[in-house]
Structures are given as C-alpha cells and as structure tokens.
Design a protein around this ligand. Structure first.
Ligand SMILES: [Zn+2]
Length: 423
C-alpha cells in the first residue's frame, strides 16, 4: 500500500487514523508498505503483500500473528485460506512467482478454495455491460473535475477496471476476500489500491474520502444494509469549502418482488429507497438500461420507471447524487480502437473446423445450462454464428481494429480483456 492511503484509511471500529507500527516486523520500499502492522487506538491490522487487512475475522488474526513472527509468505497463505492445504498453497505460491502465470491458472489452482464462477465470460455478460455503462455514465460525470472512486465488495475488480481512467487518483477496491483483491491488483485492474475489509462492518475510510462510491452485484448479500448505505453516503460526503457533489451507486442488486438465481436477501424497490433516508435515490430496472446499451445508447438516466415496472424487474440499479449531470441521457463510450489489455474473440464462441483459409468461423456456445439461464440475454448482442477474416484476427491480436472488425468489437464478439487473463 502507498503511504498516501493513510490519508483516507480509518479504523472501522474506533474511526482513528492508522500508522505503521515501526517496532513490529515490516518490509517497505520508498512510499510503499509491503508487509507490516498498522495500529490505531483500539486495534492492530496487518498489511500483507501490500494490502491492508482491515477486519478481525479469524484468518486476519492468524495472518497478523504470522506477520509479527516475520512470516509474510505464511501470512499470505492464511489470508488466501490455504494454510490448511499445503499442496495447493505451494502450487499457488509457485504460480505467483512465475511471470507467465495467468489469472486463470491461479484461479484454477485455488480450486474450491476460491469462488471463480464464470470469470472467463465476465467482460461480455449482460450484467457486466450494464454495470460498465452505468460506471462510465455516473462516475464519468461526478469525477470529471477530480476526486476518487471506491468499488466496495468489488471482488476481483472487473468493474474497478472500468473506473481506472475515470478516477484521477487510483480507485480503491474493497472486498472481504483477500485472494480476489490480490488477483485484481495483479491482473484485472493493475494500479488500483486494494483494501481487504468486511462489508458488514463500518467501512475503513474517512468521511468524504471519495467522490464516487459503488457496489455492484453484491449488495443483496450484505446483511447490514442500512449501515452500508449510510456509510457509502458518508464516504462521498465532502464538507470542504469547494466540495463538488458526488454519487453513490448500487447496481445489479436483486429484487424481493421476483425470484432470481443466487437470490441473496434482497429488498423491494421501496425498501432500497428507505435505506437512503433523506437522500432521494433514483431506482432503475436493469432491463431498461440493458435495452439502452444493446441499442447503442444513450443510457437514459433521466427515465422514471413506474413502481409496476420496478416490481417486475429481476435486478435494480440505485443511484443517489446531487450532481445535476447524473440524471440525464448519457451517450455510450465509443468501442475501443486500442485495447487496454488485449483483444480476443469472446470465449463464448467456439471455433468451427477450418473450411476456408482466409476466414475463421465461430459458433456461440454456452458453458452450461445454468449460464444460459442467467446470462442468455447476451443473445441480443452476440450473433449465433460469426465469420472473421483471418487478416482481421491478426490485426486485432496486434492491438488494431481494422474497419471490417469494428462491428465485432462493438457487439462484443471481440472483447478487450486484461493481459495474462488466460482466455
Ligand atoms: Zn481502532
């Protein structure tokens, strides 16, 4: 962690500032703390592999003791949840040390010890494309004049990646699962500032530390929803003299009025509104936003969905902001002309046996029935069959979008994924 993070980091329990306990074991280089112990008035927290661990769950306590005993590798294993499975721990450590290891290699080495899900397909799934469009619209508006973003319960940082060029200071990625934020910093969103913390506890950040706070695809699993939302509003409550309005956004949260796979404990649209007390959040049905994105924009945040519409929705997005530019139609970003990572053919496509030397043909195939049930709406932008000139594939692999492939990028038949992701 960079020492400037001390300016925004606070103890979740006493709210006090933290400092490196220099009498305990630590490894630092310049302004970066790699390993160490942070102390406030009530607690001590470890920094492991540059990631502050701001909770007191059993693995964090074990890891903190291991840091104090000068055992940083063993501390990381404890935070990975691999301290009882030495064979897996050694394999993961070996991959970490290898410059050729990919996100996929490491997730697969963790096996059942890390919930990997459908990560290979994440950057083109319907939930992601709506989340991405919302981030670009809302964060893009409130961060235009500066400020910082935080992605809370952001997992392995897929949407944090959408924030990287919007947040003038590195976006903070917060999640309870150490392995996920670790993977995010190395692969998915390099340059983000990861913090390991518990979404069911007060957030370990100062009031007004951010101008944009979000939680996507996770809020229905939070038990302390009221505390969480009021804390999100605290994080964007800048009381300085020239403060500019920020935004808090909860996207892809399930709806108590309908059933969904991996349902969690969702509230009704009105139940979500209640959490924001005297802020007046706008609640959107995800399907309307999805239709906007598939149509090519604009993403219309000036819409007012009726209660009847909202009750029928499987997933909702909730945005609270006093910025006048947020609740308006937002043009979508142009499809990328250069990749942030690399261009690959969407892994939902399987190559057909080659018939033609000049053209590669692919067919859309879902990895499972469960995937199809949850994400089948991607058929609205992914054609069942595609043909791509091999010369165009070569240009894409070299990081260029030839005219013949521009539509493939726009439709997400070709996706821009992180380097060494493993697709
Ligand atoms: Zn404290």
């Amino acid at each position: 962690m960079h020492t400037s993070t001390f300016d925004i980091l606070r103890c979740p329990y006493c709210g006090g500032r933290l400092d490196l306990v220099t009498s305990s074991f630590n490894e630092t280089s310049g302004d970066d703390i790699h390993t160490g112990i942070l102390g406030c008035q009530c607690c001590v927290f470890p920094v492991i592999d540059g990631i502050p661990v701001m909770h007191l769950q059993p693995n964090a306590t074990v890891a903190r003791e291991l840091v104090e005993q000068r055992k940083p590798v063993e501390a990381r294993r404890a935070m990975f949840g691999l301290d009882e499975v030495p064979a897996i721990a050694e394999r993961v450590d070996g991959l970490i040390a290898s410059p050729d290891a990919t996100y996929r290699h490491i997730v697969e080495a963790f096996g059942e010890h890390l919930e990997g899900g459908y990560f290979l397909y994440r950057f083109a799934d319907p939930t992601f494309i709506v989340g991405h469009a919302l981030v670009r619209a809302v964060a893009g508006t409130v961060l235009r004049d500066g400020g910082r973003a935080v992605d809370i319960c952001g997992g392995s940082g897929h949407l944090t990646r959408s924030l990287m060029d919007l947040s003038p200071q590195p976006p903070v990625l917060a999640d309870l699962y150490f392995a996920k934020v670790w993977l995010a910093r190395r692969f998915t969103s390099p340059g983000c500032e990861p913090v390991c913390c518990d979404g069911n506890s007060p957030m370990p950040f100062a009031r007004g530390a951010f101008r944009y706070a979000m939680c996507s695809d996770a809020f229905m699993y939070i038990w302390t929803k009221r505390q969480f939302v009021l804390d999100m509003l605290r994080l964007i409550d800048d009381r300085s003299k020239n403060a500019r309005p920020g935004a808090a956004m909860i996207s892809h949260t399930h709806n108590q009025c309908t059933w969904t796979p991996s349902h969690g404990q969702p509230l009704t649209p009105d139940g979500y509104r209640n959490l924001f007390e005297n802020e007046q959040p706008h609640v959107f049905g995800e399907s309307g936003l999805f239709a906007d994105v598939v149509r090519g924009g604009p993403l219309d945040l000036s819409r007012v969905d009726s209660e009847k519409t909202l009750e029928a929705e499987q997933a909702l997005a909730i945005v609270a902001s006093r910025h006048p530019g947020v609740f308006a139609p937002h043009p979508l970003d142009q499809p990328p002309t250069r990749p942030v990572g690399e261009f690959v053919v969407n892994p939902l496509y399987v190559a057909e046996p080659p018939h033609d030397a000049d053209v590669a043909r692919y067919r859309l195939r879902f990895p499972s029935e469960d995937y199809e049930q949850e994400y089948g709406a991607c058929r609205e932008y992914l054609p069942p069959e595609v043909a791509i000139a091999r010369a165009d594939l070569q240009a894409l692999a070299a990081g260029r979008v030839p005219p013949g492939a521009a539509d493939m990028v726009r439709r997400r038949v070709v996706v821009d994924i992180p380097l060494r992701y493993g697709v």
